[in-house]
Design a protein around this ligand. Structure first.
Ligand code: MSP
Length: 525
């Protein structure tokens, strides 16, 4: 069985001990938008997200709160992580927790398979470990501490002291996979994207790979090594395996064959795990490597990577409570070139909300539907003869739809939205130039008025379809207001790759009143 035609996409699984902030939300809405797009294109789509619940970080946080690690993660997942998906309107197909039986059991199956194939051996280890990263740190990421940590070695990412660990560990023979990985990056140039991420990974692997410690014996909050109960599997290996245990690895081979391989979208901080260690583990097990890994940038607040531990964390609800989830999704996905870092500021968010959503798209939708109600008693008019200007609008729509689909193929959601926005700008200019309110005063222009309003409404039909993966709530309202729900069926069923075809909205359907899609907001203090 082949997996051609399937589109399986994942977010990283989140550490539940951090409360969700807008950086986590960013990864999730990006993946959700890509999944919604493919689903609407008719691809056999599956979106997975979840939580990474083992490891020392979780164990310590639970102890600090005087509960068992299981109680700790159960509470956080139910109180914070499930609700995040609703807050941001994420339509994931599955949610995996690494403490679930379906995961734990099949991680052991995989681990045993690696052992049986000769890729695991026992050895002694001594190195500096960062509990924040859950990683033994390479030289290049160890820096001298400052302030309270003066004189200590700290993690370059967390600025917290590293711990010297010395134990007997099981090792994975990562060092044997350098050549095969380099070959993979060469023959599949899109395996790591964007280009900057690919270059980083290639030069990292070219420096030579060391074997990887993949078990721990000084604590037990993890999945036991199947042949040695005194060890738990290294939390990153446990975590990476979620991508296959969730789709039936070890238990449902048919589903596994249908879904795998996946596209992984990750923050650039966890690129190496996904683009180096993960494909090597899969190669060792004799499984296919992922289709690709896309690394997005960081959200910066005040010039620094936003993080809870540095007290720059902003909860997604702070934004959605004021602006709504569509605006959250639109803002982060359009304002930041996907793959680059982006600075968040309330001023920028408010300005774009007002200019692009309220005045641009929202106003276009309100005035078009209002004019159809006023001049045609709420019935979408039939178009008459097209002028060059009308044809130009039709071409803009066709070009934008094609460009957006091509951009989504490259994971460039920002470019897709920019392409779609040419329709918003073109239609607003079209209405201003054609002055339907003036045409309405002249009976001889009745047919022209019908053409202009049909063109605007049909353009809005295309916008609703193309923007629904990005802004599911507002586009649904628009869809209903255009009367399209009755004549064309559900918005999510509209084939997105046909969205640029002209003349789909049927004349004669009833337009319903439309409340402002993006109402004026009270500026947060
Ligand atoms: N549990 C691991 C991932 C295991 S995947 C097999 C992990 N979890 S995390 O909760 O720390 O991070 C999850 C995702 O959130 C990562 O993609 C990370 O890049 C992203 N972000 C965390 N802070 C971020 C920003 N400030 N900006 C953008 N994304 C950031 O790592």
């Amino acid at each position: 069985m082949t997996s051609a035609g399937s589109f399986y996409i994942t977010t990283p699984i989140y550490y539940p001990s951090d409360l969700p902030h807008i950086g986590h939300g960013y990864t999730s809405v990006a993946v959700d938008t890509l999944a919604r797009w493919h689903r609407q294109a008719g691809d056999d789509t599956w979106m997975l997200t979840g939580t990474d619940e083992h490891g020392q970080k979780m164990l310590r946080a639970a102890a600090a709160n005087s509960v068992t690690p299981q109680q700790w993660v159960d509470k956080l997942v139910t109180e914070s992580w499930f609700p995040l998906l609703r807050t941001l309107d994420v339509a994931n197909d599955d949610f995996i927790r690494t403490t679930q039986e379906r995961h734990e059991h099949n991680v052991q199956v995989f681990f045993q398979a690696l052992y049986d194939r000769g890729y695991i051996y026992a050895g002694e280890y001594e190195a500096l470990y960062c509990v924040g990263c859950e990683e033994f740190k390479p030289e290049s990421e160890i820096v001298d501490g400052t302030g309270p940590f003066e004189g200590l070695k700290v993690c370059a990412i967390h600025s917290k002291p590293l711990e010297l660990l010395q134990e007997k560990n099981y090792f994975f023979k990562l060092s044997e996979f350098g050549d095969r990985l380099l070959e993979l990056y060469k023959t599949q140039p899109d395996f790591v994207r964007p280009e900057s991420a690919r270059n980083e990974v290639v030069s990292f692997v070219k420096q030579g790979l060391k074997d990887l410690s993949i078990s721990r014996s000084t604590f037990d909050w993890g999945i036991k090594v199947p042949w040695d109960q005194s060890h738990v599997i290294y939390v990153w290996v446990d975590a990476l395996l979620n991508y296959i245990t969730a789709i039936g690895y070890g238990s449902d081979e048919e589903t596994f064959a249908r879904r795998w391989p996946a596209y992984h979208v990750v923050g650039k901080d966890i690129l190496r795990f996904h683009a180096v260690i993960w494909p090597a583990l899969l190669m060792a097990a004799g499984l296919e490597v992922p289709r690709g890994v896309f690394a997005h940038g960081w959200l910066l607040v005040g010039g620094e990577k936003m993080s809870k531990s540095k007290l720059t964390g902003i909860a997604p609800t702070e934004i959605t409570d004021v602006f709504g989830s569509d605006a959250y999704r639109f803002y982060f996905l359009s304002a930041i070139p996907f793959g680059h870092d982006g600075s968040f500021s309330w001023e920028d968010l408010s300005a774009r909300y007002q200019a692009e959503l309220a005045n641009g798209f929202g106003n276009l939708a309100s005035r078009t539907t209002a004019m159809i109600e006023r001049y045609f008693e709420g019935i979408v008019p039939a178009p008459g003869e097209d002028t060059d200007r009308d044809v130009a609008v039709q071409r803009t729509v066709a070009d934008a739809a094609a460009a957006a689909d091509a951009a989504v193929e490259r994971f460039r959601i920002d470019e897709a939205i920019a392409a779609i926005w040419t329709i918003v700008d073109e239609l607003n200019a079209y209405i201003t130039d054609n002055e339907p309110w003036a045409l309405a005063k002249d009976d001889a222009q009745r047919e022209r008025l019908g053409t202009v309003l049909y063109t605007a409404a049909e353009g809005l039909r295309a916008l609703a379809v193309l923007l629904s993966p990005v802004m599911p709530i507002a586009t649904e309202k628009l869809w209903v207001a255009l009367g399209a729900a009755e004549s064309l069926g559900r918005l999510v069923d509209q084939p997105i790759r046909d969205a640029g075809r002209w003349g789909i909205l049927k004349p004669g359907t009833s337009v319903n009143g439309l409340a402002p899609l993006f109402p004026r907001v009270e500026q947060p203090a």
